[in-house]
Design a protein. Structure first.
Length: 277
């Protein structure tokens, strides 16, 4: 009777935590020895979403002991439904050695590779009868802002975000954490020439709408239809003239005169809401 009880307890334990036991010390370092070159993502939402993304390559997964206990249910679910996980129990000192000093990592970090670039003709195809919304950033360089914009774009159903190869932030841990997992859900198209990209979007059937604080028309007063390519510029500079010349119209948000402008990520969220409604 006692043997059967012990056997049942052992089976239950394996069911609750089916992935390999977390490793630590030299054994864990040996597993990931060739993997130190790459991109570190950190924070619960960014890492969990990356682990669920089949396009993400896992090089090293670190968790603190306390965080492993907190995230065990989610890690087990990913292990069962997506891929095998072999988390490494690491000390705070190991996190500090591998991550930026100001990283708010929440006790979990993932060493991976940047995602491959998306392509406009694949992810921006217009679907009739639906809202088709694409977001274009004209030299928005702050990774916190870009991450927050990606999060809003994913929340309001945008098909993709488009930036230039230059004058835009690379994929990073800071950007991914600001996106709170949305980086894995929203295709990111990088182009060499934004004007040509806008022309291509027009050919595909999009109305190109620039958000400009000096525009004459208010965003809610204009109906551009269901296929919108929304263009936002950097804080301070706004949309460049060459970019504005490739827009079909410019609109502004109805903000108080007491405030000169909004943070670009806040402005993006409001405009995305208006065009997705």
């Amino acid at each position: 009777m006692s043997k059967n009880k012990n056997r049942k307890q052992a089976q239950n334990k394996r069911t609750k935590n089916p992935y390999s036991s977390p490793t630590s010390g030299s054994a864990a370092r040996e597993q990931s020895k060739p993997s130190q070159q790459g991109l570190w993502l950190h924070g619960k939402h960014a890492v969990m979403a990356a682990l669920e993304n089949p396009m993400r390559k896992i090089k090293r997964l670190m968790v603190t002991k306390r965080s492993h206990d907190q995230y065990q249910e989610g890690l087990t679910k990913i292990h069962l439904q997506h891929r095998a996980l072999h988390p490494e129990i690491a000390t705070i000192e190991v996190f500090d050695k591998n991550l930026p000093t100001d990283a708010v990592h929440q006790g979990i970090a993932l060493l991976t590779e940047p995602l491959p670039d998306a392509h406009m003709d694949e992810c921006c195809t217009i679907i009739k009868g639906e809202k088709n919304l694409v977001l274009i950033l004209d030299q928005v360089t702050d990774p916190h802002n870009v991450g927050a914009i990606i999060r809003s774009a994913a929340a309001f159903g945008a098909k993709a975000i488009i930036t230039t190869d230059r004058h835009s932030p690379p994929e990073s841990g800071v950007l991914a954490k600001s996106a709170s997992g949305a980086l894995e859900a929203l295709p990111w198209v990088r182009v060499t020439n934004l004007s040509r990209a806008l022309d291509q979007l027009a050919t595909m059937g999009y109305w190109r709408v620039g958000l400009d604080g000096h525009a004459k028309q208010i965003i809610e007063e204009v109906d551009f239809g269901d296929n919108i390519a929304l263009v936002l510029g950097a804080e301070g500079k706004g949309i460049r003239k060459g970019t504005a010349d490739h827009c079909d119209g410019l609109v502004k948000l109805p903000i108080s005169r007491a405030i000169e402008s909004l943070n670009v990520s806040n402005a993006a969220a409001i405009a995305l809401y208006v065009f997705s409604a």
